[in-house]
Design a protein around this ligand. Structure first.
Ligand code: SF4
Length: 340
């Protein structure tokens, strides 16, 4: 969004806040009663009133200054797993080292780079300054961006130590550290390396598996193979880590659908997943800047509609062991819902 659009939007929002504040003062804001635990004659709850008053006092200039400060603190945060939308993002790396999957444009404009110890300390100082007391709302730490785990373990360990020393004992530390692993474009790690990362506070790794069907992974230009997924997830589970896997519904359209469903079911059944793990189903969304749509049209791929993707999810999900008997939990992942 351009700055003049943002300012206009903010001014419209502030205009609507004024009557809301009056309603809080008058004690007749619908829905407030159960929170306030008091009748309309009681004074408004100080926290809600104080928050609204503070929000209403934000000027357009300070809003734009905040946007600049945000951009100095984080490079664009492309996406997080749904269970991490409220995480504190700490960027050990920027962008995606692979950056070539046809369906993905999250990091097209962010060249891949990694931070060092000094850069990380400076990043943490900026995060603390930007979030202030709001840091207390964060319940976990997400190590960005798309594939921080491509760094060699010996480089990662001291970085994790810096993050741990900075946040141990604070609310974000309570949920542990989380991260993505891309489609295996980096050096592979042994179980012992994952164990050392877990001992430093890493709790869960989210893998964009997309499919268990190798021809489809190749068609999507996803790095790595199904065997890489099996070896890596097994190593992570041996090390005591929790795993989330993302399945891309509709990938490859009707032409790849049978293989996608069949092989994804097979691979998920082969993985040592338990009830701490998660399988996310993400419907394919054509992203601006991604070449997927161009290639699909050139090759005559027939896109699946929402019903077709829901059917893929139903079939794959029904083949998973239910979490009540030790299988992985399941969830939906709509990338359009994400903002940081
Ligand atoms: S590895 Fe992940 S982040 Fe990188 S291009 Fe592929 S899907 Fe996008």
């Amino acid at each position: 969004m351009e700055s003049d659009e943002a300012v206009a939007l903010w001014e419209r929002t502030r205009d609507r806040l004024a009557p809301l504040l009056d309603q809080v003062v008058d004690g007749d804001l619908a829905g407030l009663e159960p929170v306030a635990g008091a009748g309309p004659a009681e004074p408004p709850p100080p926290t809600l009133y104080a928050i609204l008053e503070k929000v209403a006092a934000v000027s357009s200039d300070s809003l734009l200054a905040g946007a600049d400060e945000f951009a100095r603190t984080w490079s664009p945060v492309g996406i997080l797993p749904p269970d991490q939308y409220m995480a504190l993002v700490v960027q050990l790396t920027h962008g995606c080292r692979f950056n070539a999957c046809t369906f993905c444009a999250f990091y097209r404009d962010t060249p891949f780079s990694a931070t060092d110890g000094d850069g990380l300390r400076e990043h943490l100082t900026r995060i603390d300054s930007f979030l202030g007391e709001g840091i207390g709302l964060r319940r976990s730490i997400f190590l960005g961006d798309a594939n921080a785990l491509v760094l060699p373990t010996e480089d990662l360990l001291p970085l994790l130590d810096i993050v741990a020393a900075h946040y141990r004992g604070t609310p974000p530390w309570s949920g542990g550290m989380h991260t993505f692993l891309d489609g295996f474009s980096g050096a592979k790690k042994e179980p012992d390396e994952y164990r050392r990362l877990r001992e430093r506070g890493l709790r869960r790794i989210c893998i964009g598996m997309e499919s268990g069907h190798d021809p489809l992974l190749r068609w999507l230009n996803k790095p790595g193979t199904v065997d890489d997924v099996i070896t890596t997830v097994t190593a992570m589970k041996v090390a005591g880590l929790e795993v989330s896997l993302v399945i891309l519904l509709g990938a490859g359209g009707r032409e790849y659908s049978d293989g996608h469903i069949r092989d994804t079911i097979d691979v998920l059944g082969e993985l040592p997943l338990d009830s701490k793990d998660m399988v996310y189903f993400s419907r394919h969304v054509e992203m601006p800047g991604a070449v997927y749509g161009v290639i699909a049209r050139q090759e005559g791929i027939t896109a699946l509609d929402d019903t077709g993707m829901a059917e893929q999810q139903r079939i794959i999900a029904s083949a998973l062991r239910p979490s009540q008997v030790g299988g992985p939990r399941q969830g939906s992942y709509d990338i359009r819902e994400f903002t940081y």
